[in-house]
Design a binder for this molecule. Structure first.
Ligand code: HEM
Length: 194
């Protein structure tokens, strides 16, 4: 469960997590739109969701690299019937030394992504942009045999904007499915509830 942060903790969070500090909290949004592949075209599904982002702390790699890490969970419900139709977990990473941002995701379809990017914008309006490509050895995509053969993820691009207590994101997941390339897109606007 996420708890409410005191002002001093928020200031410490900015020191530790840099631009990612703006993400900490519980976010809810009901203006989501998913465009997903169908054998004969595409399906548009309006959705609502909760994204929970919690601070984990520092991960120190090879006694050299320090990554400030947040974990997140995203639970997405189809508006038409309330069912959970997408579930995602992973981490946001910030390297204070270089300013690099990383984003990982795992989904129940047996697909994993490690995306890389950067933060831009201002202190009041933070933009996080990350991407991964199947051809990239490090910032790429891992998927099961089945998915590689039948519904392969080839690329992933996401922009997240946080302004005060509002978060907006746009994702474009490049798929190869049903014999063709397909831009599987998701976007939503969420409000911080905790
Ligand atoms: C809010 C985020 C997302 C929602 C609501 C969502 C929803 C959906 C839906 C409804 C389908 C069609 C399923 C079907 O027809 O059986 C689908 C397919 C797929 N999604 Fe997503 N998705 C999201 C994000 C992602 C992400 C981030 C990835 C991977 C990086 C991903 C990978 C896939 C793949 C590989 C398929 C093809 C499998 C299939 O259609 O059977 N999705 N998604």
């Amino acid at each position: 469960m996420v708890r409410i942060w005191h002002m001093t903790e928020m200031m410490n969070a900015k020191d530790s997590f840099g631009p990612l500090a703006a993400l900490i909290g519980e976010w809810k949004g009901d203006k989501g739109m998913d465009i997903a592949p169908e054998p004969d075209g595409e399906e548009h599904s309006p959705y609502f969701e909760t994204i929970t982002v919690e601070p984990i702390g520092d991960a120190i790699n090879a006694e050299e690299q320090t990554l400030a890490v947040l974990s997140y969970k995203q639970v997405v419900h189809r508006k038409s019937n309330g069912e959970v139709f997408h579930h995602q977990t992973g981490y946001w990473y910030f390297e204070r030394k270089t300013g690099e941002i990383l984003y990982s995701l795992l989904i129940p379809r047996a697909v994993a992504v490690l995306a890389r990017g950067k933060a831009s914008g201002t202190e009041d309006k933070i933009v996080l942009s990350v991407s991964a490509d199947a051809a990239d050895k490090n910032y790429g995509i891992i998927e099961s045999n089945f998915m590689a053969n039948k519904a392969s993820t080839r690329s992933f691009v996401m922009d997240v904007t946080v302004e005060d207590n509002t978060m907006t994101y746009k994702m474009n997941t490049g798929l190869h499915i049903y014999g063709k390339d397909f831009a599987h897109t998701d976007e939503n606007t969420l409000v911080r509830s905790l």
